[in-house]
Ligand binder design. Structure first.
Ligand SMILES: C[S@@+](CC[C@H](N)C(=O)[O-])C[C@H]1O[C@@H](n2cnc3c(N)ncnc32)[C@H](O)[C@@H]1O
Length: 237
């Protein structure tokens, strides 16, 4: 992972854990043993640091993510909340229905260990919801929850991610941000096209990462019931 000035964006606890994750070292699962991890299911260090910077930029205290996996993005988001140095005032919710079946619970184990070790976080700083994102997000919305930053990196089909974005947008306060991962996928790039053309209540935020699409809420959703603006897709129209 990048060293030098960017490393000062996170405390040693998070830097060391992320260095181990990015090095591909076997990680502890819920069964108490170490498991090999694959080399692809992760965000990059540069993307992770962009998330850390976004949390600081919007002074986020409540963060949400769809798609926990091995917990790379989770560790970056917890590092960003740790930086806020506000015990009991910060929280992170991760959604993943396959955390135990596909990932040996490594993401949850990593997150729980980080919050237990950090002087600024506690058990109540992290929650994992083991459900599909559409069900879980609707539940959080019904509870009246609000998230200053939402990171979407779950099931990457166009319609599933559009549902994730639509639900997350309803829990995003003014000034809050929503970030999509994997802009290299036509489905995700097409959602960015839809949001740019149809969601004037959000404005794009530059992160310096071409694989991320980040938007900030700047207004109310005042579209009429039949509103639709054609939008650019990966396929040209
Ligand atoms: C690319 S991985 C996420 C990687 C993670 N953001 C990181 O940086 O370590 C995608 C994750 O989405 C989860 N997932 C798949 N379908 C999902 C759904 N319907 N709702 C929520 N998460 C889902 C998978 O189990 C997997 O953990």
């Amino acid at each position: 992972m990048p060293d030098g000035p960017v490393s000062s964006l996170m405390s040693t606890l998070f830097r060391e854990r992320l260095a181990s994750l990015h090095a591909g070292e076997p990680q502890l699962g819920v069964d108490g043993t170490r498991h090999q991890i694959d080399a692809t299911t992760r965000i990059s260090p540069v993307e992770g640091l962009a998330l850390v910077q976004l949390v600081a930029q919007v002074a986020a205290t409540r963060t949400l993510e769809v798609g926990l996996g091995y917990g790379f993005s989770t560790a970056y988001l917890l590092a960003a909340l740790d930086n806020r140095q506000q015990p009991d005032a910060v929280s992170h919710v991760a959604i993943d229905p396959f955390q135990f079946s596909d990932w040996n619970g490594i993401g949850v184990t990593t997150a729980m260990d980080l919050v237990a070790t950090s002087p600024w976080l506690s058990d109540s700083s992290f929650q994992c919801i083991h459900e599909r994102s559409d069900i879980a997000l609707a539940g959080l919305l019904k509870e009246g929850r609000v998230f200053d930053l939402t990171f979407i990196d779950g099931f990457h089909r166009f319609d599933d991610v559009l549902v994730d974005f639509t639900l997350a947008a309803q829990m995003c306060p003014m000034g809050g941000v929503i970030v999509l991962h994997d802009m290299w996928l036509p489905g995700i790039a097409s959602i960015a096209g839809f949001v740019r053309s149809n969601r004037s209540d959000f404005t794009e935020v530059q992160t310096g990462c071409e694989n991320l699409f980040a938007v900030q809420r700047v207004g109310e959703d005042v579209r009429t019931w039949d509103h639709f603006e054609p939008f650019a897709t990966e396929f040209g129209e």
